[in-house]
Every structure is written in structure tokens, then in C-alpha cells.
Design a protein around this ligand. Structure first.
Ligand SMILES: *Cc1c(COP(=O)(O)O)cnc(C)c1O
Length: 390
């Protein structure tokens, strides 16, 4: 189940900046500017007519952002990419660029909760119907597909970590002329390259592993030149939401260590998950690496997974007793994090987002960071002991 040496070597070669920049600098410069001026009327006119491609305004084309987009396109084996101000901007832009009122989309169950809320609110308001299917049930997917506009996927899914046969889903979509989009934030391009499995578009929350240091919120969409240019033709004039040069620079820095970070998250999280699975007070561990086989195309597992306590553990006390694991949402950085489903479900029932994403209250989610697996395990054990004392 380990990533092939080829994938890692390929990623390292893409991520090196050797010879790309002036002064032989190993780090690319930040083009921290909103606009770019023209040398002459003729050049300005040529550019606006589309006869010449060059930067005019950072919402459209900025060299630092472009470098990030090129690296992401190469890592995901795509032709082009477009950077966004957040993962949700990437998701909403990719979906809204292709749907219109009266369309129906198919969505696998248990996608990222805010993507689910987008579908349940805005898409409904636009008169776009969303049909949810269990992505593990290929017959159900086959039945839902005819006549749909697009299929939205995530594998593994959020919280319950359902793993799908992505190549089979993409094939069904293709056979029905349905556009396919997948959220690949969990696996990152180091462990899964969905475009090579036949998916049309890949979206990422770059706030997670791509950035990797919990210091940037960003997103990206990768695909063919044709599809990306269709999205770009709507983003630039209408939706905005573009990635900024400084954030692109942080992402380029984070990407340099993506391959080795993913290997470290994989090893620690697997170790922690296996130990948790042995405990009598843990009724289930939702980690794709605990089954004997990963589906074709998934070459490794990352640091995010969930597990379910039996009734003997007080989850609030467990949370307060943790020392190394911090309480927080998001994930993908160096730090380990814990978030209980029961807390985010309370927030989900608030006035602004009254849509429950539906997982058991006994589930907690861990992001296993880079602190070292034994120390992290010890932290979990002591917190569980604490959470049972009367
Ligand atoms: C965080 C997350 C998103 C949203 O990304 P933002 O950068 O926070 O907007 C989308 N998908 C998944 C799986 C996520 O975890």
C-alpha cells in the first residue's frame, strides 16, 4: 500500500524550483502587485483582444499564482489549474460554472459538510436538484446517472471515510456523458491522482495538506485545458474568489515538503488507528488503511480519520484532558487536532447553517500531525483514562 518510489520521485522533480527564477534563487519571488502596466497602446490593445497573453490584473493572471497553478497541474497529471481564495471558492466555482436551473446533479453521501450545505441551499434555490447516493454502491450510482449534469465525489468521504472505486465511478459518469468532479483534499496528489482514473476535475482545499502549515486558506481546481478555461472564463469576470500572490507563495513553500509530510502523516496515523482499534472502549475506527486492501488508485492514507467511543467515555472530559491533541477544526498541518462530532453538529444546527450532516454523536475525528506517534498515543490513553474517572 505504500506510494511507489516513482510517484515520490516525480513529485520531488515537479516541486524543485531549480533554474526557474532570476538570480538563481531557490525560492520564487512574490509578485505582490494588483496590476501590470503596458509599454504601449499597441501592446494593451493586443492583450485585450486576446492576441497576446500576459498579466494585466491579479484576479486574472499573476506570475506567483500561475507558478502554483502549474505545479498543481503537474502533480495531479492535469493540463491546467486555477487557484482560489479557499477550498469552498474552488468547489462552488467548479460546480456553478457547469450547472444551470433545471439540472440534476448526483452527489456521493458524506461529502465535506459545507459542500453539502452549498448543495442543500444555493443549488436548491437555483432549482438544481441534488440526488445523494452511496458511492460504494455502483448499481445505485448507475441508476442515478442517466440525465444528470454532473457527479460530485469525495473519496475517502468526510468523517466516515467511505472509500470508493473512483475509476469505476468516473467510467459510469463518462458512459452517461456526465461531468465528474472529485474533492481530493484528503489523499493529496501524493496518494491519489483522480485525473489518471478518468475523473474530469479535481478540487482541493489547499488549506489542508497542500499548504501544510495551518497558515493559509486557499483552494485549487485541476483538469483539462478546455474545462479549466471554461471555469476561468466565468471566474475572472464574475465570481472573483482568486488566490492571492502571497498565499500562492506560502503554498509553493508548503508543497516542497508535501511528499515527505504525507509519508509521515500516513505512518503515524496508521499506528494510532491500529492501537485504537484494539481498545474495548472504541467500537469502530473509520480509517481506510485498516482494511486489507485499498481500491486501485489510492496509493496511501493520510493523517485524518475518525473513531467511535462506546458509552463509557465522557467526550467533553476526554477533550479537556488532551494535551498534545488540540481542539480544532481543519487539518493538514503539523499539529494534531481533535474535533467531536457532537460539537460541530450543535454549530450545524445554528440559525446560519441549520443543516445536520448526520454522523453519530459518539464519533470524534483526529488529525494525526507530526509530533511523534508514541507521544500522541500516550496523550490519547491518558485522556481516555481521565474521561472515565467518576
Ligand atoms: C476544509 C475542506 C474543504 C473546504 O476548504 P476551505 O479551504 O476551508 O474552504 C473542502 N473539502 C474538504 C474535504 C475539506 O476538509
Amino acid at each position: 500500500m505504500s506510494t511507489s518510489a516513482d510517484t515520490l520521485a516525480r513529485a520531488m522533480a515537479i516541486l524543485a524550483h531549480d533554474g526557474e527564477h532570476a538570480y538563481e534563487a531557490v525560492v520564487p519571488p512574490i509578485a505582490q502587485t494588483s496590476l501590470f502596466t503596458f509599454g504601449s497602446y499597441a501592446e494593451m490593445e493586443e492583450t485585450y483582444r486576446g492576441q497576446k497573453v500576459r498579466s494585466t490584473y491579479t484576479r486574472g493572471l499573476n506570475p506567483t499564482v500561475r507558478l502554483f497553478e502549474e505545479k498543481m497541474a503537474a502533480l495531479e497529471c492535469g493540463e491546467d489549474a486555477i487557484g482560489f481564495a479557499s477550498g469552498m471558492a474552488a468547489i462552488s466555482s467548479a460546480v456553478l460554472a457547469f450547472v444551470q436551473p433545471g439540472d440534476r446533479i448526483v452527489c456521493v453521501e458524506h461529502v465535506y459538510p459545507d459542500a453539502y450545505r452549498l448543495f442543500q441551499t444555493y443549488l436548491k434555490r437555483m432549482n438544481v436538484m441534488v440526488e445523494y447516493v452511496d458511492g460504494r454502491d455502483l448499481d445505485a450510482v448507475r441508476r442515478a446517472m442517466p440525465g444528470a449534469r454532473l457527479i460530485y465525489m469525495e473519496s475517502p468521504t468526510s468523517w466516515l471515510m467511505h472509500v470508493h472505486d473512483v475509476a469505476a465511478l468516473a467510467q459510469i459518469a463518462h458512459d452517461n456523458d456526465v461531468l465528474s468532479i472529485i474533492d481530493n483534499s484528503w489523499a493529496s496528489p501524493i496518494f491519489q491522482q483522480p485525473l489518471t482514473l478518468g475523473v474530469d476535475l479535481v478540487v482541493h482545499s489547499a488549506s489542508k495538506y497542500i499548504g501544510g502549515h495551518s497558515d493559509v486558506v486557499a483552494g485549487v481546481v485541476v483538469g483539462s485545458s478546455k474545462l479549466i478555461s471554461e471555469i476561468r472564463s466565468r471566474i475572472y469576470p464574475y465570481f472573483g474568489g482568486k488566490l492571492s500572490p502571497f498565499d500562492a507563495w506560502l503554498l509553493l513553500r508548503g508543497l516542497r515538503t508535501l511528499p515527505i509530510r504525507m509519508k509521515a502523516h500516513e505512518a503515524s496515523a496508521l499506528h494510532v488507528a491500529r492501537q485504537l482499534a484494539e481498545r474495548p472502549d472504541v467500537v469502530a475506527v473509520y480509517h481506510p488503511g485498516l482494511s486489507n486492501t485499498l481500491p486501485d488508485g489510492l496509493q496511501g492514507t493520510s493523517g485524518l480519520f475518525s473513531f467511535e467511543f462506546d458509552g463509557s467515555v465522557n467526550i467533553a472530559r476526554f477533550a479537556d484532558a488532551l494535551r498534545l491533541f488540540k481542539l480544532g477544526v481543519s487539518w493538514g498541518g503539523h499539529e494534531s487536532l481533535m474535533v467531536p462530532a457532537q460539537v460541530v453538529r450543535v454549530q450545524a444546527a445554528g440559525p446560519n447553517s441549520a443543516i445536520d450532516f448526520g454522523v453519530s454523536e459518539r464519533i470524534v475525528r483526529l488529525h494525526v500531525g507530526l509530533e511523534g506517534q508514541e507521544a500522541l498515543l500516550e496523550d490519547l490513553s491518558q485522556a481516555m483514562r481521565e474521561a472515565k474517572m467518576s
